[in-house]
Design a protein around this ligand. Sequence first.
Ligand SMILES: [Zn+2]
Length: 157
Amino acid sequence: MCSPCFCCDAMLGGLARWLRLAGFDTTLPASQSDRELEQVARAERRWLLTRDRALAAHAGPRVLCIQSLAVPEQVGEVCRRLRLRADPARFFTRCSRCNGRLAPLGREDAQGLVPPYVGTHVSDFSRCEGCGQVYWPGSHHGRIRARLVEYFLCESG
Ligand SMILES: [Zn+2]
């Protein structure tokens, strides 16, 4: 079974970011009406995630009405209700800004795109195929990974 894709409403930008960090294809359409959101989600076969009960009530079968305000609990809601389990091998495979796929970027090619110190000390880069953002395992990488494990894999019950 392939992993689900998501479409978040504008209230769920934080959740969208963490779903992307965990490797899930997650769109966050800007300034769209409920009707448009619903149509995009349906056309692209995405689960619509929304905090809007009215929208959730008429948006069809693939919709989750998210109750929590805090991102960790929101992730928990999605995981529980879809029996979702993230795959650590897919962590950091999507751009948290735009949802683009990340492709490996050679050290040579990264020069000039990253701060000089990083260019000389890091060898493992990736680049977003969508927006061009360059990523590398920096000092915050371990903390983000720990939070991904906590949010997506340490679910009790
Ligand atoms: Zn991007």
